[in-house]
Design a protein. Structure first.
Lengths: 85, 770
């Protein structure tokens, strides 16, 4: 799980083009949207693309992202359970 | 309250039909044109679309255009609609040299570029289509099919483009710059934006249901529509009866997000409120609203909020006609304006098809056909980045009131005092900032210019941390960061916290992200495309981002018309200053160029020919009616803008007339002009024409150049404006800028005339004085 979290952080940094950020800078339990990293709806769409590309998980409705993208840890847990690749 | 403008002709093409008769029949019988995708070649068959039911070949045949002639679907649809509008207004080719043309499009020639992109990269096949990639080319092809218009430009504010074309045309007429301006927009469906909207997950796989609780996104559509706007005086003189009146309009920026509307619909509210104010009407005077109503969860909440706020709960009948046509994007503003005019003429409320369940906190739209006499209607069109516009159209039945008033003179239209000296009407340039291949945000080039002997160079970027936080920068291409840096520096130097309007010119828009998206589309296919690239591919991303970052809810517009994109934006500001609508403005121009894009443009003969060098452009200029009342009165204005002319395919006589009238209205003569700043660039043919034409127009006036230092690009003339303004401020012209090294002079410049010929099709002249 720790390995997945670390990889996921790297993938998030790359997908969202978070210049100057390292995986260590992201707290996996902090919220990704709002107060935490301060991501928005477009980032959520990028995360959906990320999940499909890397883990074969297809979300049909962007509103599903609300729960899944609560934090890196929650996202990793969801990926663990639903990944097809 | 302002005088209404007559609409003396209209033409329309969309999924519900070719021409107004078919359109009216469809609207009255609730016949939708949305259905399964037939014409566009794409994998995404799952999305219903509103296509115009003709192939390109069939359109060519109807229009008498040879099958092998270079054109685009956007231009072809534009011609179909424009022909009907010109016929209705009884405008013949011989009259067009006195008529303006303003069109809206964002997609431009992308239909061809997405088909041939790999050919452009790898060989010479289809390279003739490279020159019709940009938005301005589509407008010029559309207009050129009918003759020679006096003036042509292109608005590119995404889905409000056509509505903003209407607004700019109306401002030209009110300012007395033209009696007749044909306005509207055209846009075809492309794989590029179908996939782009899909990456934003806002396409519905079912027919769209605006304002319905179950709505799940939009259906893409396509089409074109044009309106002939005419002054009352001209229409009476020609004996042409108006079909409807344009009695008000508003443009505001939501300044909230690049792709989402604010929850309270601030921009939409302001746009509608301004349209009412201009018409001198109350909310209770409005009988119907043709909503933007795309059917996305976000738009319909935001727009409902704006309407409920403006109409204080008493919202008039509303419908979205997008279930008929799909979302026709850049053309929607004029297509739906034509629907409104049909509704005014024939007394009915268009139905909001597919609606059945009310949404929470939303309006309840017109669900059943209804006959109703309409006097005043609003037509909304909103675009990405919060470029929100609203048009107020009125029935001609109310015409008597304004006919009894005296015909107003140009001066009264304009808020100009005819008795005043030119000085009172001057516009001061408070600041001008650039990022280019010279030292950024600096005037070092005047004494120590950097010289390049390579054909193409990217800009020297300053550090951006001061202007953009790292988290904000995550989705910004370089063009956006440069735009923010020059804008913020220009505002700072001008001592302005805010401005009354932001106008931006860009020939190509955010080309780097467009290229990323095209690469992915061509190489990886139509799955898993990044929304970040798509949302930055619209031209108005730049102007709206500046508004979002500076919290500016005011007027916001983007022009994309080849080599006169900058002057088109400047012209917009110029008109609004003269109308008294604004006291300050920030005019910018921004273009980028990648290695790949440079190679493509060179191959297509668009730029980079002969010894011409290409570069990137970022310029921001703050203009103001006043040079006092600033927080930093120490800084003196750089110069004054005292004249501006724009011409399309002019004869030499037209150019001579333009020089004379521009100088006359500035109370100057040619003798007062010290130097002529030209766009001489190293393109042999163009340079030869510059020398010949300036000789005829200005005799032996010394010529200046700047493109050898800054490079060529569609908005390079904005760098010319910057150069001229700095020379006037500093009181000298660098020796490097003289075309003829034997004529180098240290004569202090007082009055500079900027002469720009864009491929010999479009010309602009700008007068700047100390």
């Amino acid at each position: 799980m720790d390995e997945l979290i670390y990889t996921l952080k790297q993938q998030i940094i790359e997908a969202l083009n978070l210049e100057d950020m390292k995986p260590e800078d992201i707290d996996e339990n902090a919220s990704l949207f709002g107060e935490g990293l301060g991501l928005d709806s477009i980032d959520a769409l990028e995360l959906i693309v990320l999940m499909e590309k890397n883990y074969g998980i297809k979300l049909q409705d962007p509103s599903q992202g609300k729960e899944i993208f609560k934090s890196v840890a929650v996202m990793a847990d969801f990926i663990q359970k639903n990944r097809t690749k | 309250m302002t005088d209404p403008i007559y609409i003396t002709g209209t033409g329309v093409v969309s999924a519900i039909g070719l021409g107004k008769a078919a359109t009216l029949e469809a609207l009255l019988t609730n016949r939708s044109g949305v259905g399964q995708l037939r014409y566009l070649k794409t994998e995404h068959k799952e999305f219903p679309v509103g296509e115009v039911k003709l192939t390109d070949a069939e359109m060519r045949e109807r229009l008498g255009i040879p099958q092998d002639a270079v054109t685009t679907r956007t231009a072809l649809m534009g011609m179909l609609a424009l022909g009907e509008a010109l016929d209705e207004a009884r405008l013949t080719p011989d009259m067009l040299p006195k008529v303006g043309f303003i069109s809206g499009t964002t997609v431009g020639g992308m239909d061809m570029s997405e088909q041939y992109y790999l050919d452009y990269l790898n060989g010479d096949a289809h390279k003739e289509y490279i020159s019709v990639y940009d938005c301005g080319s589509c407008s010029e092809m559309t207009a050129g099919h009918f003759g020679r218009f006096a003036f042509a430009t292109t608005l590119a504010t995404a889905c409000s483009s056509a509505a903003n074309a209407v607004i700019q045309g109306a401002n030209m007429i009110r300012c007395g710059e033209a009696d007749i301006v044909v306005v509207g927009g055209s846009e075809c469906i492309t794989k590029f934006h179908l996939n782009g909207f899909n990456s934003l997950m806002i396409l519905d796989t079912e027919p769209c249901r605006p304002f319905d609780a179950t709505r799940h996104g939009l259906n893409l559509g396509e089409g074109a529509a044009y309106l002939v706007l005419e002054s009352a005086e001209s229409a009476k003189r020609r004996g042409v009866a108006p079909q409807a009146l344009l009695s008000g309009y508003g443009n505001a920026c939501d300044a909230y997000h690049q792709t989402a509307s604010s929850p309270d619909g601030e921009g939409a509210y302001r746009a509608m409120r301004e349209a009412l104010a201009l018409a001198g009407l109350q909310p209770s005077d409005i009988d119907y609203i043709n909503a933007h109503g795309t059917g996305t969860p976000n738009n319909d909440v935001s727009e409902s909020q704006a309407m409920m706020r403006l109409f204080e709960g008493k919202v008039p009948p509303v419908s979205s006609t997008k279930p008929f046509t799909g979302h026709t994007t850049s053309a929607s503003g004029s297509i739906e304006a034509v629907f409104c005019i049909l509704a005014l003429q024939h007394g009915f409320l268009p139905v909001n098809l597919n609606w059945s369940q009310p949404m929470d906190d939303g309006i309840v739209p017109v669900a059943k056909p209804e006959k109703k006499t309409l006097k005043h209607v609003l037509c909304n069109a909103f675009g990405f980045g919060g470029n929100d516009s609203s048009l107020l159209l009125s029935a001609t039945a109310g015409l008597r009131d304004c006919e009894t008033r005296d015909d107003l003179s140009v001066e009264r239209h304009c808020g100009l005092d005819p008795q005043s000296s030119t000085r009172r009407n001057d516009i001061f340039i408070l600041s001008a900032k650039q990022i280019s291949m010279q030292q950024p945000l600096s005037e070092e080039w005047m004494d120590t210019p950097i010289k390049y002997d390579v054909p193409f160079t990217r800009s020297i970027d300053p550090g951006f941390k001061e202007y953009v936080s790292p988290i904000e920068a995550r989705r910004m291409g370089r063009i956006l960061k440069r735009a923010l840096a020059t804008s913020k520096e220009a505002l700072k130097e001008a001592g302005c916290d805010t401005v009354d309007a932001i106008m931006t010119g860009t020939g190509f828009g955010c080309i780097e992200n467009t290229e990323f998206f095209l690469d992915a589309l061509s190489n990886e296919g139509e799955q898993l495309l990044k929304p970040t690239y798509f949302m930055q591919s619209t031209h108005n991303t730049i102007s709206s981002l500046v508004a979002i970052q500076t919290k500016n809810y005011n007027y916001n517009a983007t022009y994309a018309h080849k080599g006169i994109s900058f002057e088109s934006a400047l012209h917009d500001a110029w008109l609004q200053f003269r109308l008294g609508k604004i006291g300050s403005a920030m005019v910018g121009c921004h273009d980028e160029m990648t290695e790949t894009f440079y190679r493509i443009m060179k191959k297509g003969g668009v730029m980079g020919q002969d010894d011409e060098r290409c570069g990137e452009v970022a310029v921001s200029v703050v203009l103001s009616r006043h040079c006092e009342e600033r927080s930093n009165p120490e800084t003196k204005p750089l110069c004054r803008l005292t004249g501006l002319k724009m011409l399309h395919l002019p004869t030499m006589n037209d150019l001579m007339d333009a020089v004379t009238t521009m100088l006359q209205s500035a109370e100057r003569s040619l003798a007062d002009v010290d130097y002529i700043l030209t766009g001489i660039s190293g393109n042999h043919e163009n340079d030869k024409a510059y020398l010949a034409e300036t000789k005829t127009l200005f005799g032996d006036k010394p010529l200046l150049k700047y493109k050898h230092l800054f490079g060529e690009n569609f908005t390079a003339s904005g760098l010319g404006f910057y150069v001229a303004a700095q020379c006037l401020k500093m009181g000298y012209v660098p020796a490097e800028c003289f075309v003829d090294a034997n004529l180098v002079s240290d004569k202090r410049p007082i009055c500079l005339l900027l002469f720009n010929r864009s491929d010999g099709n479009d010309y602009t002249m700008v007068l700047l004085e100390k």
